[in-house]
Write a protein that binds this ligand. Structure first.
Ligand SMILES: CCCCC/C=C\CCCC/C=C/C(=O)SCCNC(=O)CCNC(=O)[C@H](O)C(C)(C)COP(=O)(O)OP(=O)(O)OC[C@H]1O[C@@H](n2cnc3c(N)ncnc32)[C@H](O)[C@@H]1OP(=O)(O)O
Length: 325
């Protein structure tokens, strides 16, 4: 009997490490993949909400692995009938004792900031740096196609999610970071002028895909989107609020509590009517991509493979590497 139990627990442990860890913490539950930590709040049997924390050091870029783990986590939450709301946020906190590893060191691990124990750390004040530039630079067309499919998948899942999604934007949120935020039903941003949000693709010499442009237009209106997309505008919080990229700006230490209180108001609305309304507002935009997904993948792979685009990305990466401050 004891042996059978030990064998069963070994199987469960193995399954646990495959599927992500799940543990009980102060009555709350949490599960974690390597790059996404999910904490649920609320009593068993009652409506619960989940907080999805990004932790993909150094800057929460949307690498292929991160996108995959994100979609798996979201799917788990969609399948959990007790969860009605999800908050997207960054796990990046202001931490002391950090050392930036020399820029000459090339591997992903070495690019990250580490603490004095050598552990990888998020750089503070970053919601997400957007799509991972290293997934779009110096790879082959098959990789670009695989990557783009994963980007589309995440956008579709978020944009059409039946859950109430909110983003608690606790850091910089350029391009793909802004994409994550504008798929949500509500956005609250920390009032820190160092943090900016927007679709800055044109500054990199690349172009936001039509479905992201549509999402932006649906969020801030056609004229504002037209201007912001061409200029690649990254809005500081006050301007982001004015143009409508975010719905509220609050002091940094209140972002989480404010998001929870707004979430409570949204969850007071009956799910069926809110979900049908959301679908009515969003379906046409999502269908536009769904009906031409493959063509969009091919477009991306051939666009990003062009020498001129690779050159622009190279220059942008070099600029990032050598920037001061
Ligand atoms: C017509 C057909 C159209 C088809 C479609 C075609 C194209 C589609 C394009 C798709 C849309 C693209 C969307 C995107 O998301 S592109 C990515 C845009 N992101 C950015 O521009 C952000 C760049 N990063 C920054 O501005 C800053 O890093 C920061 C996020 C503000 C953080 O600043 P700081 O704390 O000072 O950190 P560092 O700049 O020192 O960065 C730390 C290391 O991280 C590397 N890094 C930064 N961002 C990225 C990224 N997005 N991907 C990969 N790596 C990134 C950075 O290089 C540093 O590396 P190092 O330590 O080696 O120097």
């Amino acid at each position: 009997m004891a042996m059978a139990l030990r064998a069963a627990s070994r199987v469960l442990l193995r399954a646990g490490s495959r599927l992500g860890r799940r543990e009980a913490v102060d009555g709350a539950r949490r599960f974690a993949n390597k790059r996404v930590l999910v904490e649920t709040e609320g009593a068993a049997g009652a409506t619960r909400i989940a907080v999805m924390k990004f932790r993909n050091p150094p800057v929460n870029s949307l690498s292929l692995d991160f996108l995959t783990e994100f979609v798996i986590s979201l799917e788990k939450l969609e399948n959990d009938k007790s969860i009605r709301g999800v908050i997207l946020t960054s796990d990046s906190l202001k931490r002391g004792n950090q050392t930036k590893v020399a820029a000459t060191e090339k591997t992903e691990e070495k690019r990250a900031t580490r603490d004095h124990g050598g552990r990888l750390q998020e750089r503070p004040g970053i919601f997400s740096a957007g799509l991972d530039l290293l997934e779009m630079y110096g790879r082959n067309p098959a990789h670009y196609a695989e990557y783009w499919k994963a980007v589309q998948e995440l956008w579709l899942r978020l944009y059409l999610s039946s859950l109430t999604l909110m983003s608690a934007i606790n850091g910089a949120s350029p391009a793909g970071g802004c994409l994550l935020a504008i798929t949500c039903d509500y956005r609250i941003m920390a009032d820190n002028p160092k943090y900016t949000i927007g679709l800055n693709e044109s500054l990199l010499g690349i172009v936001a895909p039509f479905w992201l442009k549509d999402n932006y237009v649906n969020t801030i209106g056609h004229r504002a989107a037209e201007r912001a997309l061409q200029l690649g505008t990254l809005f500081p919080p006050a301007e982001a609020l004015k143009v409508g990229v975010v719905d509220e700006v609050v002091p940094e230490d209140q972002v989480h509590s404010k998001t929870l209180s707004v979430m409570a108001k949204w969850l007071a609305i009956p799910d069926h009517s809110r979900q049908l309304t959301k679908t009515m507002m969003r379906k046409a935009t999502a269908d536009n991509l769904i009906k031409q997904r493959e063509a969009d993948i091919q477009n991306f792979a051939s666009f990003i493979s062009r020498d001129s685009i690779q050159k622009s990305l190279h220059m942008y990466l070099e600029k990032l590497k050598h920037k001061k401050g």
